[in-house]
Design a protein around this ligand. Structure first.
Ligand SMILES: CSCCC(=O)C(=O)COP(=O)(O)O
Ligand code: MG
Length: 240
């Protein structure tokens, strides 16, 4: 029988939940990798770039006068280790924003995702995103997709800068406040990462784990969380 959840807000992770991990690691990371150095050098007066470079140096223990090549080596190392460090995410987001605007990048989601997002939105559920990808990168990625511009579906975007780490309950409490303070139990969080679901549950949210075939967390232990292989396996209805 299909599981039905009652909620006001649906908050969604991106990688492994909406978009295949390869769509992030192969398509997006490979697009950003060779462009990081040229982007840093081409935007010496951009405050966002300067801040990201300074934070990279600080986090990596590089001297303040480290070269772009040294900074890029750190950023590449973080990408290879899939360390979702905020300065890297900020720089990736700027590069992806440009890539989507140029038409170099087009987002492709799991086939069950966009019909479900549209149905939830039409039914009056409020949608938001919480991803390690920067807010700028998130919005750019929803603007150019194989199914058109999806940005109008989402009321809020959260990342590790405006909300906090994805594995800490305090981040979910901050998001709930950013959503206008709904009762935590009226928010449902969808993610492929059990530790993120644990943090959301600790903040009082409902949770659904996505154990999609072929994805890194397909065989993970989701503990007491509801688990589904696709959005077709459960229903979320508004409790307004
Ligand atoms: C255009 S958003 C790219 C998402 C991203 O950079 C990322 O690291 C995804 O992490 P998530 O928290 O959504 O699993
Ligand atoms: Mg994820």
């Amino acid at each position: 029988m299909t599981d039905t959840l009652h909620a006001q807000w649906v908050v969604l992770d991106i990688e492994g939940t909406l978009m295949p991990t390869a769509g992030v690691h192969v398509v997006l990371y490979d697009y950003a990798r060779p462009r990081l150095g040229p982007w840093i050098d081409a935007h010496p007066d951009d405050l966002a770039v300067r801040s990201a470079v300074a934070r990279t140096k600080a986090e990596a223990g590089l001297p303040e006068d480290a070269t772009t090549a040294e900074v890029v080596a750190v950023l590449h190392g973080w990408m290879s280790a899939d360390r979702k460090a905020a300065p890297l995410k900020d720089l990736q987001g700027l590069i992806w924003q440009d890539g989507y605007a140029r038409g170099d990048l087009v987002s492709e989601y799991f086939p069950d995702v966009v019909p479900a997002l549209r149905a939830w939105h039409s039914a009056g559920l409020r949608l938001a995103v919480f991803s390690s990808g920067s807010v700028a990168g998130q919005i750019a990625s929803f603007s150019t997709t194989t199914e058109g511009d999806l940005t109008g579906l989402f009321r809020h975007h959260f990342d590790t800068v405006n909300a906090g780490p994805k594995r800490e309950a305090a981040s979910y409490a901050a998001i709930a406040e950013g959503l206008g303070g709904p009762t935590p139990g009226r928010i449902v969080f969808l993610s492929d990462v059990p530790a993120e679901l644990d943090a959301a549950a600790a903040a009082g949210w409902q949770t659904i784990g996505l154990a999609r075939d072929g994805e890194p967390f397909a065989a993970a232990d989701f503990g007491a969380h509801r688990v589904a292989k696709s959005f077709d396996e459960f229903r979320i209805v508004t409790d307004d």
